[in-house]
Design a protein around this ligand. Structure first.
Ligand code: IMP
Length: 430
């Protein structure tokens, strides 16, 4: 029996989708525990590329796939994703389960996400515009609506009418928008139609997950975004609105911390970030452009170019601590194939001149101190044997491992399933 959490150690886009897909081969279930369709998990197999935004990546392997209570769900987008998979002959009927306690992303959440960003002007967060922040806001202020509410149409309708009245006031008086107001009647009939499609998937998922654990099944918990987009531990306020950390998997699925056996940290061999916020090792020069072009660094959800920079050991060391990471999968090493020299941030110089090796609360106004290592200057893309990896790459991996305090268990040398080296297959049921 094993429960493994997969978590991003930087600002998301580390390549979690590929590793989840890989480990799903032998998993009995894959569970998402936070976020919504702001995520963009890219999975490649054969000549096909899939980008999943909301459904767990396990869905591609026809593994039991669960959207836990901590997820916020845009039903229209989910139905679209299910239809797109159906067109590629991937049916979800028998293996998709949606928590009856998950929050719904309502139409006003998307509107307020957009209007809120416009209002912030140059201080905007750079959200994905999917209504994620406003949906979590409503969850916490207890004016959200949950998937299970749909099962009681009369109650749903009454609550909807009450909430719509408040949201229309916000739209008109606070946002001073001349956009059409929300209609409880229209939304009710829209959501009634969604319920017809989705009713068979709605479940008491905490019960389902706990029963599977009791039966000794292998369960993968698929984190979305990354450690430094966590609402508590990330670069606040430039964060997403949920707990992306491994700890979030417990509250977000309804299991106890004693159930977790492994936390696999997904680490990109360099650093990227989409959206606003501090990024100490960001490169605004040719090296940054080379990382972006070699790594195809464009947001999977919004298509925005990702900001790129050197590997930051302070970030990942902090991620190892915050998540209790037991080992790491290092991704996209092949993107570094063309570099003569690689750099790693090993400490920061603070604005008062002092140095620190521990991540400070604010990453504004810090200067990274960079250590140099020789690049391997050869094609590593697609290597599947550990012994064939270039010497300099092994030295780079060893240094990263030493600096962040976690061992490497998986090495990825390309986007495809096959382009992966698993150092200790038993650890992950492979
Ligand atoms: P939100 O999650 O749409 O509210 O966006 C908040 C911040 O998180 C923005 O900087 C987004 O670019 C970032 N973000 C959200 N989801 C992802 C993701 O899956 N990968 C990378 N960044 C993300």
């Amino acid at each position: 029996m094993a429960c493994v959490i997969i978590v991003g150690t930087q600002w998301g886009d580390e390549g979690k989708g590929k590793i989840v897909d890989l480990l799903t081969e032998r998993a009995d279930a894959v569970v998402r525990y936070q976020g919504g369709n702001n995520a963009g998990h890219t999975v490649m197999f054969g000549e096909k590329t899939f980008i999943l935004h909301l459904l767990p990546s396990g869905i591609l392997r026809k593994t039991t796939s669960i959207l836990g209570n901590g997820v916020v769900i845009d039903l229209a987008e989910m139905i679209k994703e299910i239809d797109e998979l159906a067109q590629m002959d991937i049916a979800v009927e028998d293996h998709l389960h949606i928590s009856d306690r998950a929050q719904l992303v309502m139409p006003w959440h998307k509107t307020f996400d957009r209007l809120g960003e416009e209002q912030k002007g140059k201080n905007k967060i750079g959200t994905t515009g999917r209504g994620i922040g406003p949906a979590y806001e409503d969850k916490v202020r207890r004016s959200g609506m949950r998937v299970g509410d749909l099962l009681e149409p009369e109650l749903f309708k009454a609550r909807l009418e009450e909430i719509v009245e408040e949201k229309n006031k916000l739209l008109e008086l606070y946002y001073k928008s001349d956009e059409p107001s929300f209609s409880a009647e229209e939304i009710f009939s829209e959501f009634t139609a969604y319920l017809k499609i989705l009713k068979p998937y709605i479940r008491d998922t905490p019960l389902l997950v706990n029963q599977m654990i009791e039966e000794g099944k292998n369960i993968l918990f698929e984190g979305a975004q990354g450690t430094f987009l966590d609402v508590d531990h990330g670069t606040y306020p430039f964060v997403t609105s949920s707990n992306t950390l491994a700890g979030g998997a417990c509250a977000g699925t309804g299991i106890g911390p004693t159930r977790i056996n492994e936390v696999l940290g997904i680490v990109k061999a360099y650093t990227t970030r989409v959206g606003s916020g501090p990024f100490p090792t960001e490169l605004l020069d040719n090296d940054g452009e080379l990382l972006q072009s070699e790594g195809h660094e464009f947001g999977a959800t919004t298509g925005r170019p990702r900001r790129c920079g050197w590997f930051d050991a302070l970030l990942v060391r902090q991620a190892v601590r915050l998540n209790g990471i037991t080992s790491m999968a290092v991704m996209k090493l092949d993107v570094l194939d063309k570099f003569d020299t690689l750099k790693i941030a090993v400490s920061y110089r603070l604005s008062n001149g002092e140095h620190t090796e521990n991540l400070p609360r604010s990453l504004e106004n810090v200067t990274p101190v960079l250590e140099e290592m020789p690049g391997w200057k050869c094609k590593s893309a697609g290597i599947t044997e550990y012994d064939q990896l270039p010497r300099e790459m092994l030295a780079y991996l060893e240094r990263i491992s030493e600096l962040v305090g976690a061992k490497v268990s998986i090495i990825s040398t390309g986007p495809k399933r096959e382009e992966t080296i698993v150092l200790n297959p038993d650890q992950f049921w492979l």
